[in-house]
Write a protein that binds this ligand. Structure first.
Ligand code: AMP
Ligand code: MG
Length: 374
């Protein structure tokens, strides 16, 4: 067990889990091409989503037995599927030796996944929560997980991330993005003259202590030591900062790879309003937030798709990424400039869309959004 008040200890443990989870995602991708299942909202879910959620839930239970977990997946689509056998095999391949806890079985894997069904948010007091007999007080501290953010990117061979945040009193205190396909390269301080920067990194932030990047698997003798409080991390880390770009016309704009997750036509109008010439960079998942935190992009837009004008962001799609951006000096708000309200449950029901920036460009971007009626 880890003392939950030891934020340093929590950071170390979160990094260890996300590292293991991101490497597992990579291994699953290399070892198998199994068909994705469709959830009730018709979005795809894979062996990797389930295996990582089970693994992370299991590991969090071990270290922080009192902490609830809120996570994207549940086991309902998995229970009667042949995928369950494969998920169980991947999870049990990572059982640490000497643990006294029960081994992974088909049943325990489903139970671990379903730990992520914790209900949070004020809505549980008077709304659906009360009618389901849930206690009126929401937990003030919990972990928030997207096991594979960007499942479509994962299936396509594009970008994806394992996103984990520690939430306290409605705000992320720790945010970790495991990005197996991201190479931030020399742009963020990789300093070995002999070796090229490896692909795959962890980007993480601790409230009040900045945003840092470390390699997913390779340790490297150069680089400065990342610090949280007084304790250096086991792996060499580089501090990340957003860009200093202040001219809107020169902004490098990032958006979802999936056109259906945004409004492509309106993004064109937005770029024209700011005089941006360069084409937007298309990228899946919160990897975009890591790229912006490293100063390699200046603006991210998530506009509402015309097919889903009432879409509300999921908490696990924003919590870790927005802390990563803010601690690197940037801003993350909704399309009206309001901060995200994570206190309301699994969806950000009081926020519409997302604008992320290096901070300097935020006001101009908000004005452009207003001008085009987005
Ligand atoms: P991105 O690659 O930035 O679009 O982010 C991927 C995330 O978009 C997924 O994890 C989904 O939760 C989320 N998503 C799914 N459908 C939509 C939609 N219609 N509009 C916005 N986001 C969506
Ligand atoms: Mg996601």
């Amino acid at each position: 067990m880890i003392d939950p008040n030891d934020i340093d200890g929590c950071v170390q443990y979160a990094l260890m889990i996300v590292r293991q989870a991101a490497l597992l995602a990579r291994r699953i991708q290399a070892e198998m091409i199994s068909p994705a299942l469709s959830k009730t909202d018709r979005s795809p879910v894979t062996v990797a989503d389930f295996a990582i959620q089970a693994l992370v839930a299991r590991r969090l239970m071990e270290a922080f037995p009192a902490d609830p977990l809120v996570a994207e997946e549940d086991s309902s689509a998995l229970k009667d599927s042949p995928l369950l056998e494969q998920v169980t095999a991947f999870v049990s391949s990572l059982e640490p030796a000497g643990w006294s806890v029960p081994a992974a079985t088909r049943q325990s894997v489903c139970e671990w996944i379903d730990r992520g069904r914790t209900d949070v948010g004020e809505d549980r007091a008077g709304g659906a929560g009360a009618s389901q007999g849930l206690a009126p007080t929401a937990p003030t501290r919990y972990w928030l997980l997207d096991p594979i953010d960007g499942t479509k990117g994962f299936l396509r061979g594009g970008q994806y991330a394992v996103a984990l945040a520690l939430m306290m009193d409605g705000r992320a205190q720790i945010g970790v993005l495991g990005c197996p396909e991201l190479n931030l390269g020399a742009g963020c301080g990789w300093s070995s003259p002999e070796e090229p920067a490896p692909t795959g990194c962890l980007v993480y932030a601790v409230r009040g202590q900045g945003t840092w990047m470390t390699s997913l698997e390779k340790t490297h003798e150069g680089g400065s030591e990342g610090r949280s409080g007084t304790r250096p991390y086991k792996y060499p880390c580089t501090r990340l900062h957003v860009s200093r770009r202040g001219k809107p016309a020169q902004a490098r704009l990032l958006r979802s790879f999936e056109a259906g997750h945004t409004n492509v036509e309106q993004i064109e109008q937005f770029a024209a309003a700011l005089g941006i010439q360069a084409e937007p960079v298309l990228m899946d998942s919160q990897v975009k937030y890591a790229v912006l935190a490293a100063g390699q992009g200046d603006l991210i837009l998530r506009l509402l798709s015309p097919e889903k004008p009432d879409y509300r962001e999921k908490a696990w799609d924003q919590a870790a990424g927005s802390l990563v951006v803010e601690e690197a000096g940037g801003r993350a708000t909704d399309l009206e400039g309001k901060p995200f309200d994570f206190s309301l449950g699994r969806e950000l029901i009081h926020n519409r869309g997302v604008l992320v920036s290096n901070g300097r460009l935020h006001q101009a971007a908000l004005q452009a959004l207003k001008a085009i009626g987005a």
